[in-house]
Design a protein around this ligand. Structure first.
Ligand SMILES: NC(=O)c1ccc[n+]([C@@H]2O[C@H](COP(=O)([O-])OP(=O)(O)OC[C@H]3O[C@@H](n4cnc5c(N)ncnc54)[C@H](O)[C@@H]3O)[C@@H](O)[C@H]2O)c1
Length: 104
């Protein structure tokens, strides 16, 4: 079985503390291939830590990568909805941090 290719959108506390270690713990099943964070320094630091090749400040560049199967959305609450919708439109599976949006 081929590895699931993962993108990380928002690479702060919860991404580096939970999402990324989780993916990294299953190297035979998945691989983090790109990180997007509006703070490029945070993205680069996470990329160094988890050996990720590609970093972007605009998550739409990450979503344009065809090989990415699934994304973690680990941005602040107000920035969950739009990346989630955009990722789904791009055909990605989405794992979104809670809450999914600011209201129903
Ligand atoms: N930290 C925790 O223990 C924890 C636990 C449960 C849930 N969460 C949830 O996880 C989410 C993130 O929390 P955190 O503590 O990791 O916050 P954080 O501030 O540490 O990290 C969020 C990151 O997202 C980036 N970002 C902001 N807007 C962005 C955008 N539009 N596109 C790409 N990147 C963007 C920020 O630059 C930052 O690096 C929140 O919804 C929070 O409720 C956090």
């Amino acid at each position: 079985m081929s590895k699931l290719k993962i993108g990380i959108i928002g690479s702060g506390g919860i991404a580096q503390g939970c999402h990324m270690p989780g993916y990294a713990s299953m190297p035979d099943r998945c691989q983090i291939v790109a990180i997007a964070d509006t703070n490029l320094e945070t993205a680069k630091q996470a990329a160094d830590k988890f050996d990720v090749a590609q970093v972007f400040s605009d998550y739409r560049e990450l979503l344009a990568i065809k090989e990415i199967d699934a994304v973690s959305i680990a941005t602040p609450n107000a920035h969950h909805k739009q990346p989630t919708i955009d990722a789904l439109i791009c055909g990605k599976h989405v794992l979104c941090e809670k809450p999914m949006a600011m209201n129903a």
